[in-house]
Ligand binder design. Structure first.
Ligand code: GAF
Length: 404
C-alpha cells in the first residue's frame, strides 16, 4: 500500500467525493452520474501581479470543492450545498441565457458562483443541460485559499462533462473567471482558476498572465525535509469589500501615468521613481519587484529542484511579504505576526498568501522546526487575545479531476 503525502491527498479527495455523492442522494433521491473535484491553491509568490499582466507561482492544494451531479430533463440548474442546506436554488437555464448579469438577482450568494459558470458557458456558445448539483467541500471558506475558484472550476468541469463537450482547460479557467467578474461581480484576476485547473502534483505553476503561458516548475519541499505550513489567521477575507478593486485602480493609474499598457511593461524598480504620487509609486514598486521575485524563485526551484536553493527561496518569500505589507498595504496584523514569529522560530521564509486583508499566511519550515513554529505562533496569538490560528501542511497537488 502506498503512503506519504500524495496518498493522503488522494484519500482525502476520495473522502470528500464520497461524502458529496451521499449528500447528492440525500438531496435528490438518486445516485449522481459523477463527482468532480477542483482544488484550492496556495500562492507561493507573485501577489496582485496577475491583473497587472505579470507572473504568479501558485500550487494546487490537496483540499478542494466537490460537485456531485446528474443531468435533468427540465432545463433547470438545481443547486444544493452541504455548508448551508437551507440556501437551495433552482434556476431555469433560460433565465441565465436571457438575463445576463441581472439574472443573478434573487439567487443566494453562494449559488451565484455555479450559476455564473453556467451563464459564462452559455454566453460563450457552449451547450449546458439542466443538471442537479450537490456541493461539498473540505476547504475552509474565507481562508484566502481560493474556495470560490475551486467551486467555479468544479462546476465548470461538471457542466461540460455532463453535457459531453470538451472545453480546453485554459478556456475553462477564463470562463470561470468571467463568471466571477461579470456575474458575481468580484473583480479577481486569472491566477486562482488557472491554479485549480492546470496545476500538476509535485509542481508549482509559473503562469505568465500576459501570454497565459503556463510552465510546471518542480516543487517538492517534503523531499528536502521541509513543509509549506499554512497558517489560517482566522481573520476572514473578502474580495468584495472594495480594497481589492481600489488596488487594481491604483495599478491601472500608475501604468497610465508611466505611459505603459500595464505594470508588466515596467521591468526595473528604479523606473517607478518617475511617479510623483508616493502611493502609486509604492503600489507599482510592489508589482515590479514581486514579478522579479516570481522569476527568481522559479529559477531557483528549477536549478536544483529545490534542495540547496530553499534557503534563498525562503528569503524571497519574506521579502515579498514585506513588500505587500509596506508598499502594497494589503497585509493584516495577524499575518504580520505569523510571519515574524515563524521566521524567528526557524522558518526559512514566510508571507501572506492570496488577496490580503485576512485569510492565510504560509511559512517554509524545516520539518524539525515545525512544532516550534506552530507553538510560538499559537502563543503569540494567545498573548494578544486573538482567536487560535489553524495549521495545515500544503502538499503541491494535481488539478481538478473527475473522482467518481
Ligand atoms: C485573489 C484574486 F482572486 C487573484 O486573482 C489574485 O489577484 C490574488 O487575490 C492576489 O494575488 O486571490
Amino acid at each position: 500500500m502506498t503512503s506519504g503525502p500524495a496518498a493522503t491527498v488522494a484519500a482525502g479527495r476520495r473522502h470528500v467525493a464520497d461524502q458529496g455523492a451521499q449528500w447528492f442522494r440525500g438531496c435528490f433521491g438518486r445516485a449522481p452520474q459523477g463527482v468532480w473535484l477542483a482544488p484550492g491553491r496556495v500562492n507561493l509568490v507573485g501577489e496582485h501581479t496577475d491583473y497587472n499582466n505579470g507572473f504568479v507561482l501558485p500550487f494546487a492544494l490537496g483540499q478542494g470543492v466537490a460537485a456531485a451531479a446528474a443531468r435533468r430533463d427540465d432545463d433547470v440548474l438545481a443547486l444544493r450545498t452541504r455548508r448551508d442546506p437551507s440556501a437551495a436554488a433552482d434556476i431555469p437555464l433560460n433565465r441565465l441565457r436571457a438575463g445576463g448579469v441581472s439574472a443573478r438577482d434573487g439567487i443566494p450568494g453562494w449559488a451565484r458562483y455555479p450559476a455564473g459558470v453556467a451563464w459564462a458557458l452559455l454566453t460563450a456558445g457552449h451547450p449546458v443541460h439542466g443538471a442537479s448539483l450537490a456541493i461539498d467541500s473540505c476547504l475552509a471558506g474565507g481562508a484566502g485559499l481560493s474556495s470560490s475558484a475551486a467551486l467555479e472550476c468544479s462546476v465548470a468541469l461538471t457542466l461540460t462533462e455532463l453535457t459531453g463537450v470538451t472545453v480546453p482547460r485554459r478556456e475553462l479557467a477564463a470562463l470561470a473567471r468571467r463568471a466571477e467578474n461579470d456575474f458575481v461581480g468580484v473583480p479577481s484576476g486569472i491566477m486562482d482558476q488557472s491554479a485549480s485547473l492546470l496545476c500538476e502534483a509535485g509542481h508549482a505553476l509559473l503562469l505568465d498572465c500576459k501570454s497565459l503561458a503556463a510552465t510546471q516548475v518542480p516543487f517538492d519541499p517534503a523531499g528536502a525535509g521541509l513543509r509549506v505550513l499554512v497558517i489560517d489567521t482566522r481573520a476572514k477575507h473578502e474580495l468584495t469589500d472594495g480594497e481589492y478593486g481600489s488596488r487594481q485602480a491604483e495599478c491601472a493609474e500608475a501604468a497610465r501615468r508611466l505611459g505603459v499598457p500595464s505594470l508588466r511593461a515596467v521591468t526595473g524598480a528604479d523606473e517607478v521613481a518617475a511617479l510623483d504620487d508616493p502611493v502609486l509609486q509604492r503600489r507599482a514598486r510592489h508589482v515590479v519587484t514581486d514579478n522579479e521575485r516570481v522569476l527568481e524563485v522559479a529559477a531557483l526551484l528549477r536549478s536544483s529542484a529545490g534542495g540547496d536553493a530553499f534557503g534563498e527561496v525562503g528569503g524571497l518569500l519574506t521579502r515579498s511579504h514585506v513588500s505587500l505589507r509596506d508598499d502594497f498595504e494589503v497585509s493584516w496584523p495577524e499575518a504580520d505576526v505569523a510571519v515574524d514569529v515563524a521566521v524567528a522560530a526557524g522558518a526559512l521564509g514566510a508571507r501572506m498568501t492570496g488577496g490580503g486583508f485576512g485569510g492565510s499566511a504560509i511559512a517554509l519550515v524545516p520539518d524539525s522546526a515545525a512544532a516550534r513554529v506552530e507553538e510560538q505562533i499559537r502563543a503569540a496569538y494567545a498573548g494578544r487575545g486573538w482567536a487560535e490560528p489553524g495549521f495545515m501542511t500544503a502538499v503541491p497537488s494535481g488539478a481538478a479531476e473527475r473522482m467518481l
